[in-house]
Structures are given as structure tokens and as C-alpha cells.
Design a protein around this ligand. Structure first.
Ligand code: UDP
Length: 316
């Protein structure tokens, strides 16, 4: 089996590359390395079944030979990144999705779109089932990501209905684990970095907003099961263990053994007040649910971040 993974040098994309290479797939990883990094796939480069091509998928994608699966994971995904890269984010969700669907059509390949819980915006329903249409501000700062992904879902369904492409859509909720960038601006890397370097932990707003954090290995397992299923409608994959951001900050502080203060900063515009996946569909059709609890997952992630901080200290 041969897969094309866009964004394959990013956090989730690189874990997916590892997973498929370990299962004897051939993987062509396409990434423009804007938020991804070659280091994430460096261990795979020596493998004859793996290839990394630096390319921006908003431009025509040329792939020779057969392709069995196209997995479109390319996009900035941290709010800080997509606020810095608003037009690139819209383009990769729109033009990148069009190009990757075109590739799947031409190669008669199956297709999986990495979509997001941001499709639900600032949800008025919790937990969020796939049937909820969402509550998104299209012209707010987060709209560049939310609307790009909503367009991407619409385009994916259009290729499925009009061209018969065998498509899947995964709505990914907050995920964490090794290879997140320490400086990507998201809550987990920020809190861990702050705790490990003796800086105050910055909680935005009053910290009562909630998120539900899924460990990366659980997420990849869910995606693999979705790839093998015949489900075309969007499917939530995430961990339904919901936690307030203030509590999350405290857990990270305790786990790192740090005593830094927690300081409150302004809440970014349109920051969702609550987020929790309803995973009954994934449980039912994929027989999937997360296995790694927050304590275990944070411990594994912390080991990775400790090495990163130590490497940064050595370099700096
Ligand atoms: N957040 C925070 N402090 C930070 C970074 C993020 O309090 O240093 C909050 C952010 O406002 C949001 C939550 O943590 O309510 C999760 O943010 P993240 O950027 O990780 O991802 P999101 O779920 O918003 O896409």
C-alpha cells in the first residue's frame, strides 16, 4: 500500500508516517515545512519506503506511480500559527484540499481529510456530536482556520458525491504528545515550557473554559480505524475527559514539580468556552475509544519536552 501524506512532517502527520511505515506501507510525505520540521521524520529518511518532498500543496501536486491513499494533514493548526499565517491557512484548507482530492480522483485512491473540532466554533451544545452544525464567527480571527476546514469538508463531500471518491473526514479534537513545538503557542507547550523554565504560567481569561486532551497514539489509532472503515460522514476522534484550562495548568505545574505562579492574561477573541467530543459514533462504528489517560499522556509528553528544553539550553 502506498500513501501520500500532506503535512507529513508536522506533529500529527509525522506520527501517522511512523504508524504506516511500521505497518509496511510506502509513504510519500509532502510538506512545505512552514510549521512542520524535517527533524520530525528524520528517523524515517533512511527507510527505502519513505520519501519526503518539500512542496506547497496549494500548488499542483505531481506524483508518479500508483497511490492507494491520500491523507490531507497539511495546515497550520495552532491558533498562534494560523493567526500569523491567515492566508496560507485559508489556501491550504481550500486549494490544498482541492488539489489533494484531485490527486485522489486521478489515482483512484481513497482519501482522508484531517478536519477539526473548530468546525463547531464556540459550541452551544456540549459534548459536540457530529450532527451539530456549529457556531462559528466567519470573519473573526479564528475564521481563517474554521472556515477553511468547513470548506474542506464541503469540498470532500462534493468530490465524494459528484466524482465517487472514497472519502473519510476525521474531526480531530485537541491532541498532544511528543513533537508538538515548544513554541507553537498552544496551552500545553506553553504551560510545560513555562513550568520547566521557571516562568509564570499564562492562563487566558479566567481559565474556566474547557478542553479535552487526547494523547497522540490514541488519535492515530482512531484515524487508522477510520481509514479502514466505509464511513464517509465526519467522525469525531478525541478524548472526552473534559478539564478547565486553569485545572490543566495546575496539573502541569504539579507534574513538573514547579512552583511558578499562574498569571491571568486576556482571553483571545472567539476562544471557545467549552470543547468536548461526543465519541459515541467512533465507539459504535470503529469500536474505538482512547486508552491513555491525562496523567500517563502528560508524563510521556513531559519526557519529550524536558529533552527539548535541555537541548535548547545546550545550544543556547
Ligand atoms: N491558553 C491559555 N494560555 C496559553 C495558551 C492557551 O490559557 O498560554 C488557553 C486558550 O485561550 C484556550 C485553551 O488554552 O482557551 C486551549 O488553547 P490552545 O491554543 O491549546 O488550542 P485551542 O483549543 O484554542 O485550539
Amino acid at each position: 500500500m502506498r500513501a501520500v501524506i500532506t503535512g507529513g512532517a508536522g506533529f500529527l502527520g509525522s506520527h501517522l508516517c511512523d504508524y504506516l511505515i511500521a505497518r509496511d506501507w510506502e509513504v510519500l510525505c509532502i510538506d512545505n515545512l512552514v510549521t512542520g520540521a524535517e527533524l520530525n521524520v528524520s528517523r524515517l529518511l533512511a527507510n527505502a519506503r519513505f520519501r519526503l518532498v518539500q512542496h506547497d500543496v496549494t500548488r499542483y501536486i505531481e506524483v508518479s506511480g500508483p497511490v492507494d491513499y491520500v491523507l490531507h494533514f497539511a495546515s497550520p493548526a495552532s491558533p498562534v500559527d494560523y493567526l500569523k499565517l491567515p492566508i496560507q491557512t485559508l489556501k491550504v484548507g481550500a486549494l490544498g484540499t482541492h488539489n489533494t482530492l484531485g490527486l485522489a480522483l486521478a489515482k483512484k485512491a481513497k482519501y482522508l481529510l484531517a478536519s477539526t473540532s473548530e468546525c463547531y466554533g464556540d459550541p452551544e451544545v456540549s459534548p459536540q456530536p457530529e450532527t451539530y452544525w456549529g457556531h462559528v464567527n466567519p470573519i473573526g480571527p479564528r475564521g481563517v482556520y474554521d472556515e477553511a476546514k468547513r470548506f474542506a469538508e464541503a469540498m470532500t463531500m462534493a468530490y465524494h458525491r459528484a466524482h465517487g471518491v472514497d472519502t473519510r473526514i476525521v474531526r480531530i479534537f485537541n491532541t498532544y504528545g511528543p513533537r508538538m513545538r515548544l513554541n507553537d503557542g498552544r496551552a500545553l507547550p506553553n504551560f510545560v515550557h513555562q513550568a520547566l523554565t521557571g516562568q509564570p504560567i499564562t492562563v487566558y481569561g479566567d481559565g474556566r473554559q474547557t478542553r479535552s486532551f487526547c494523547y497522540v497514539s490514541d488519535l492515530i489509532e482512531g484515524i487508522h480505524r477510520l481509514m479502514q472503515s466505509n464511513e464517509h460522514g465526519p467522525t469525531n476522534i478525541g478524548n472526552p475527559q473534559e478539564i478547565t484550562i486553569l485545572e490543566f495548568a495546575k496539573r502541569i505545574r504539579t507534574l513538573t514539580g514547579s512552583t511558578v505562579p499562574i498569571v491571568f492574561k486576556p482571553l483571545p477573541q472567539d476562544d471557545p468556552r467549552q470543547r468536548c467530543p461526543d465519541i459515541s459514533k467512533a465507539r459504535r462504528i470503529l469500536n474505538w475509544e482512547p486508552k491513555v489517560n491525562l496523567e500517563e499522556g502528560l508524563q510521556l509528553t513531559l519526557d519529550f519536552f524536558r529533552q527539548q528544553v535541555a537541548a535548547g539550553n545546550r545550544a543556547g
